[in-house]
Design a protein around this ligand. Structure first.
Ligand SMILES: CC(C)(COP(=O)(O)OP(=O)(O)OC[C@H]1O[C@@H](n2cnc3c(N)ncnc32)[C@H](O)[C@@H]1OP(=O)(O)O)[C@@H](O)C(=O)NCCC(=O)NCCS
Length: 162
């Protein structure tokens, strides 16, 4: 179990932390305006943040739940916080929360070349459902669509959420 707490995003300070992790992690980071719009629709949009002793927001996972489907939009950790199991804990927690809210399937897209993320998703039971040609820009790249069927994040693992 990694040394972190996983909680729903609350307030501007958390949003600042999410934007910082976005900027450190992606070529085309989501903007404050995009997140603000997302957060106006809290019945669909959910954001969990991972906190460590050093960081109020060490990482985050944002996802939608639409009817019985969970769509993971973004998951990222501060570079210095990667490789400690926090990304796995965040995803398990998000999948558990979505299952509690009625999600029966999880879907996401990932850059074809993003080996660390793809390994993580595979470990959590995702499988390849198809590809979207040239889905990403800067640089242009295919997206691999991954699905995961219903179930909790990992029945064998203790639930990481507080
Ligand atoms: C993808 C990402 C979220 C994974 O988060 P993470 O916290 O590094 O993931 P984990 O630590 O759970 O697992 C990653 C690796 O660390 C290893 N690990 C897990 N716990 C560990 C520990 N306590 N000590 C050392 N290594 C550990 C895992 O075995 C795994 O190794 P592997 O990739 O060789 O299989 C992170 O790399 C990231 O932020 N990437 C940039 C943004 C991104 O690409 N997001 C995905 C968009 S679709």
């Amino acid at each position: 179990m990694p040394d972190c707490r996983i909680e729903p995003l609350t307030g501007e300070r958390d949003l600042d932390g999410v934007l910082e992790v976005e900027a450190l992690s992606f070529n085309n980071p989501w903007t404050r305006e995009m997140y603000t719009r997302e957060l106006e629709n809290r019945s669909v949009c959910h954001i969990l943040v991972a906190r460590t002793t050093e960081w109020t927001v060490a990482g985050f996972c944002s996802f939608w739940i639409v009817t019985d489907e969970m769509h993971i939009n973004n998951v990222a950790l501060r570079p210095e916080c990667r490789g400690r199991g926090i990304g796995s804990a965040l995803l398990r927690c998000a999948i558990d929360e979505a299952a509690d809210l009625g999600a029966r399937r999880t879907i996401l897209e990932v850059r074809a070349s993003n080996a660390p993320a793809r390994r993580l998703y595979e470990r959590l039971g995702f499988y390849v459902a198809g590809t979207r040609r040239n889905y990403y820009t800067a640089p242009v790249e295919d997206a691999v669509m991954l699905w995961r069927d219903s179930g909790r994040g990992d029945p064998a693992a203790a639930r990481p959420c507080p």
